[in-house]
Design a protein around this ligand. Structure first.
Ligand SMILES: [Zn+2]
Ligand SMILES: [Zn+2]
Length: 141
């Protein structure tokens, strides 16, 4: 099975993902923007059993503003590592955290909140897909 290694900004925390992600894309929501301090978040979603923290788990801090997202970061460097979405049973390992993974985005979510329109021809969802509890509504680029 294919696997990809990743690390936090300082390298103290290492993660490994294996197999194929459930989904890859861009999130334009305000929460991603605020937490990542960037205009969009490039996400890759994995099932819990596909994600392993292989080093430095003791350095992982957690912050849970809502029950939907359990955010993990390195306490040494402040680098973001992943966000667990318990309700979906999926973990977002940021594309930037696993640079060797060929990032093949399929969709933009929460595009209604965008501050950085990206005219790449991919589908733009107003919020989330219906199967993730959203409206599934497609909006223009
Ligand atoms: Zn670190
Ligand atoms: Zn988001």
């Amino acid at each position: 099975m294919t696997s990809y290694k990743g690390a936090c900004f300082c390298g103290a925390v290492e993660v490994e993902v294996s197999g194929e992600p459930t989904a890859m894309g861009y999130c334009h929501c305000r929460s991603c923007r605020s937490w990542s301090a960037s205009p969009v978040n490039a996400f890759t979603l994995w099932k819990q059993e596909q994600v392993k923290v292989t080093k430095g788990a003791e350095h992982l801090g957690a912050y849970q503003k809502t029950e939907k997202s359990d955010r993990k970061f390195c306490c040494l460097c402040g680098g973001h590592v992943l966000t667990s979405h318990p309700g979906l049973g999926l973990i977002d390992v940021y594309a930037a955290t696993i640079p060797d993974l060929p990032f093949q985005p399929q969709v933009h979510v929460n595009y209604a909140e965008t501050i950085l329109p990206m005219r790449d021809g991919l589908p733009k969802l107003k919020d989330f897909p219906a199967e993730f509890g959203g409206s599934g509504e497609v909006v223009g680029e």
